[in-house]
Design a protein around this ligand. Structure first.
Ligand code: MTE
Length: 318
């Protein structure tokens, strides 16, 4: 469980985070994106996309309740990453390996209606629509740090509910040891999926203890509104002490299993992207250091923190 402290040791110093009112420095940002080129994409063939770019597509109407109350225990006063940066610098390989193009390629991706099937080794399997999630679960806003394996970081206000609340509803059986999450599989709506360079659909997983942890969060929104498609609409996972690729987007299936699921990135390169993937400055990625991270919108470098700064809460799991 989380320990509430007035000045936790993972507190980010003001000068290291984005000024709330700063506006988007587009040229600097584009320069940074160029520098970052390699990253995750470096391990496989670059997916070349030649589709025409369109406008970022319309989002569904705003459900009642937004913005939900920011939870006082989860860093409510941290300054946030510039919203426009968080919504335009995306890893979502189903659409593109080019971070700045993802948002232009989601036009055909349909997110209404959407339901999530929850099953496998549980007493009470269920399927819920996103609209039902707003009624069934106690929605809240939490500010979390977000650290990609590519060594960049953001601070995001997520809207959603603890994954533990879902576990409570479905009641995992004693033999359930893992939770497997699967993204939609619709090559007709997602251009990156039409190229067979990757083992679609995207799969991620947690141990049952990780899934039960209070920090594991199912997000349906960010910055006080529903998730944009490029950020994983309509429902995604957020696991802030692990590298960002564990935070799987646009989930359509959650399954409780006895065997450890094979994840998308693990099947591409188990040495570079192992199942556990906790943020750790002392364990370099085979191709780059993890000792520091680049704060995406300011370009400042800061030291990487063990478990992304959440050691007090999660170290007991390992
Ligand atoms: N989920 C799916 N389905 N497909 C993806 O390509 N990329 C992951 C993760 N979830 C990814 C995904 C990676 S590598 C990161 S860093 C984060 O999403 C990026 O989330 P963001 O675009 O909201 O910042």
């Amino acid at each position: 469980m989380s320990h509430i402290r007035i000045h936790p040791d993972w507190h980010i110093h003001d000068r290291e985070i984005t000024p709330e009112c700063s506006y988007f420095k587009r040229r600097e940002f584009l320069k940074q994106m160029g520098i970052l080129g390699a990253g995750l994409a470096g391990i496989t063939k670059q997916v070349g996309l030649h589709g025409a770019e369109g406008n970022p597509s319309l989002q569904p109407s705003m459900p009642d309740g937004f913005p939900f109350k920011r939870h006082a225990s989860y860093s409510p006063s941290w300054k946030l990453t510039e919203q426009q940066v968080a919504e335009s610098y995306n890893n979502f390989y189903e659409f593109s390996t080019n971070k700045s193009r993802v948002r232009y390629l989601t036009g055909a991706f349909s997110i209404t209606p959407w339901s999530v099937q929850v099953g496998g080794l549980v007493e009470k399997p269920l399927t819920f629509t996103v609209e039902e999630a707003y009624k069934r679960f106690q929605m809240e806003e939490r500010v979390y740090r977000f650290r990609c394996v590519e060594a960049w970081s953001m601070v995001i206000p997520w809207t959603g509910f603890p994954l533990a609340a879902l576990l409570k509803l479905v009641q995992p059986k004693p033999e359930a040891r893992y939770v497997k999450f699967t993204t939609f599989n619709r090559p007709d709506q997602a251009p990156g999926m039409r190229l067979n360079s990757y083992p679609w659909p995207y799969v991620e997983g947690l141990t049952i203890e990780e899934a039960e942890h209070d920090l594991s969060f199912i997000a349906t929104g960010m910055y006080g509104k529903p998730l944009p498609k490029q950020n994983g609409a309509p429902v995604r996972l957020v696991v802030p002490w692990k590298y960002g690729y564990k935070s799987i987007k646009s989930i359509d299936r959650i399954e409780f299993t006895a065997q450890q699921p094979k994840t998308f990135w693990e099947s591409l390169s188990p040495v570079e992207y192992p199942f556990e993937s906790n943020v750790n400055p002392n364990v370099p990625h085979p191709r780059w250091s993890q000792a520091t991270e680049r704060v995406v919108d300011t370009g400042l470098r800061r030291r990487t923190q063990l478990f992304n700064g959440y050691a007090d809460q999660v170290a007991r799991l390992y």
